[in-house]
Design a protein around this ligand. Structure first.
Ligand SMILES: *Cc1c(COP(=O)(O)O)cnc(C)c1O
Length: 675
């Protein structure tokens, strides 16, 4: 059997949709030479993402290979549990000399995930040991990625990766990396935080997002002020990627805990470290008493071969003056990106810090590619034909070459990427996942729009719908409302007609906007039953698709709340799942709403529905004392984004509602695809 066949027969690849993997021949790497990987056919590829962000000085570097071989002749591994070992001692000393001043202790493990897991457990136990028993929460950045163990996933905020595991995770507060949000988060949660965990300067797996200058420094000072530990995850940014040895240096910051992995061993062996300040470490000293022990350790922590490789890599930084060689490379990369990539039509933004680059592709300026289009993966498939290996993050094409990349190779890397982006974005998408040679069910195009659901009936869904439709029109869209079922229609479905008129679509027959209208004011399931009708999912979805062809944006208003029934086995939540639209939860801003909203959110999460956020509606003019606080409490309890509160309007015209919505919430957040 060939390697290809054996791979398909036996392997389960990480972060890989295996059905698609099995449908295509794999690229099998056999050897490497410097910055190039070589496959079983002898073809050479530039390693454009450093073998997933780990390689530093190139592959098969004679100095690192020799150091590993030399260590191997002595001992491959001995434990650090109750024993010490020479290479781990030397590496710890070296790391303390290189890391931001004040980090004086090194705890070894074997991956970025474990380095972060260790940091968060140390931070948690540290707060307990010094008597701050209520500091049990963590603050992290929205879209954060800190690894794949359950603790590090709990800190993370990348929905696609983390959604399935939601019920297993501990609750973490998430903020956007802005100084405003930082201050707000500390003002409301500062007292309950054990630590703030962040990737300094660049959020890698989030899509190479750059934090604003000064953000890290401000985070440091707020952590000091509120007695909260600062954990810097430099698993991706460490070891020269951003232009300095560590990203923290660029804002003169020493974190309390620092997580290192990926480039630590030069990318040769799995070695990771969590570094701590003396203040943190000292809390674990004192009389030998059980609770002072940090009960954590991995079999291979401080592995001798890995530590030897890391020492050799750090030695190369000095001998080859690696950091000093970076500025011309970083400048050449920037210039080439500007020349070759910027002018391409579907390039939305290029984000670069040092040798870390994210190229975000969009269909148009305001319209992202959908996940199904897998545009980034498409680019990476094509770029292989040009002799380059890349790995995307959704619609972001990532370049992160080894620090040893040459100026010529930088040109090769960027030119190949430019050619692949041009080719991928000029073809009809989805073609690659449905090869025309194989007859297959035509897949219906994904719907574009939003699904409005309430926490209850009478919470203001139609009012919000009317405002959103007017807003969408004002922005040049052709929105079509769809209210599958209206009850209490005596005889006309008044809500559906209000929506139709707000959309400016009185030309459309009522049956397109609202296929089912029943006179009794009861739940749709009951009203249908009384009319001897049975509502089915397939009929409603087909009606939604019929409505959708009349415009470019479908606004669906479901009946009542998340579990309001359309039949004995069909709820609004089932409909939302079948239509695949982002869900907007509408909540009445009144006493009782916190419980209603939290329950609705719990159910939407349990079903993994894509929740855009919660919008509160003041449904009366009467001010009650809870009103100002409900949105904040819902946000804190659930961690879900609150988009704003629509104030009560005595005369709710479409235009009035549209401008109230525009003023009270960030419309771009609500409709990322609005033009
Ligand atoms: C890759 C990464 C991790 C996880 O590292 P693994 O070695 O894959 O477990 C953690 N944090 C950041 C910032 C990373 O980029």
């Amino acid at each position: 059997m060939t390697f290809e066949e054996l791979d398909r027969g036996y392997l389960w690849h990480p972060f890989t949709p295996m059905r698609e993997w099995l449908a295509e021949p794999p690229l099998v790497i056999e050897r490497a030479d410097g910055n190039e990987l070589i496959d079983t056919e002898g073809r050479r590829y530039l390693d454009g993402v450093s073998s997933l962000w780990v390689n530093v000085h190139g592959h098969a570097h004679p100095a690192i290979n020799a150091a590993i071989a030399e260590q191997l002749a002595k001992v491959a591994h001995s434990t650090l549990l109750g024993l010490a070992s020479t290479p781990s001692i030397l590496l710890a000393e070296k790391l303390v000399s290189l890391a931001p001043h004040g980090l004086t202790r090194v705890f070894f493990s074997d991956s970025g995930s474990t380095a972060v897991e260790v940091a968060l457990k140390i931070a948690f136990q540290f707060q307990q040991l010094r008597g701050f028993s209520r500091r049990i929460k963590f603050l992290a950045l929205r879209n954060a990625y800190h690894g794949d163990t359950i603790g590090s996933v709990s800190l993370g905020g990348i929905d696609t990766f983390h959604r399935v595991f939601q019920p297993l995770l501990f609750h973490t507060h998430h903020i956007d990396p802005t100084i405003d949000e930082l201050h707000q988060a500390f003002a409301s949660h500062g007292h309950e935080l054990a630590a703030l965990v962040l990737e300094p300067l660049v959020q890698g797996a989030a899509g190479m997002l750059l934090s604003p200058p000064g953000f890290l420094r401000e985070a440091r000072s707020l952590c000091h002020k509120h007695d909260v530990l600062l954990v810097a995850d430099e698993v991706a940014t460490g070891f020269g990627r951003t232009g300095t040895m560590f990203a923290c240096e660029q804002e003169g910051v020493t974190p309390d805990l620092l997580a290192l992995a990926k480039g630590l061993s030069g990318g040769y062996l799995p070695v990771a470290a969590t570094m701590a300040t003396d203040e943190v470490f000292r809390q674990f000293l004192g009389v030998p008493e059980e609770r002072l022990t940090f009960f954590h350790g991995h079999s291979f922590g401080g592995n001798a071969l890995g530590c030897a490789a890391a020492l050799a890599s750090l030695d190369l930084f000095e001998r080859e003056q690696t950091l000093a060689s970076l500025p011309p490379k970083i400048a050449a990369l920037r210039a080439r990106l500007n020349l070759k990539i910027s002018p391409l039509p579907h390039v939305f933004e290029i984000r670069q810090k040092g040798l870390m680059v994210g190229i975000e592709l969009r269909r148009s300026h305001s319209q992202p590619y959908s996940a199904e289009e897998a545009i980034g993966a498409h680019v990476c498939r094509i770029v292989r034909r040009h002799g380059v290996i890349l790995r995307p993050l959704g619609s972001v094409v990532v370049l992160m070459p080894p620090l040893s990349i040459t100026l010529d190779q930088i040109d090769r890397l960027v030119d190949a990427t430019a050619a692949a982006i041009a080719e991928a974005t000029s073809q009809p998408l989805l073609a690659h996942s449905d090869p025309p040679s194989r007859p297959s069910q035509p897949r219906p195009a994904p719907l574009r729009g939003i699904f409005l659901v309430g926490t209850d009936t009478g919470v203001g869904k139609t009012t919000v719908g009317v405002g959103l439709l007017a807003l969408a029109r004002a922005r040049g869209l052709a929105p079509v409302p769809f209210k599958p079922v209206e009850t209490g229609a005596a005889p006309d479905p008044e809500d559906a007609l209000r929506l139709r008129s707000a959309a400016g679509r009185n030309d459309l027959p009522r049956e397109i906007i609202c296929p089912y209208a029943f006179p009794p004011a009861v739940a749709p399931a009951l009203a249908a039953e009384q009319a001897s009708t049975r509502l089915t999912l397939s009929a409603i979805v087909a009606a939604a698709r019929r409505a959708a062809v009349h415009g470019d944006f479908l606004l669906v208003e479901s009946a009542g709340g998340v579990l309001s029934p359309y039949s004995e086995d069909l709820t609004a939540a089932d409909l939302a799942a079948a239509l695949g639209l982002p869900v907007l939860l509408i909540a009445r801003n009144a006493l009782g709403t916190i419980n209603h909203a939290a329950l609705a959110i719990a159910e939407l999460r349990r079903r993994h529905l894509p929740l855009t956020g919660v919008l509160f509606v003041d449904t009366t003019a009467i001010l009650t004392p809870d009103r100002a606080h409900n949105p904040r409490l819902v946000r804190a309890l659930t961690g879900v984004r609150v988009l704003g509160t629509l104030p009560f309007l005595p005369v709710p015209t479409p235009e009035g509602l549209a401008s109230a919505l525009r003023l009270s919430l960030d419309v771009e957040l609500l409709f990322p695809s609005l033009r």
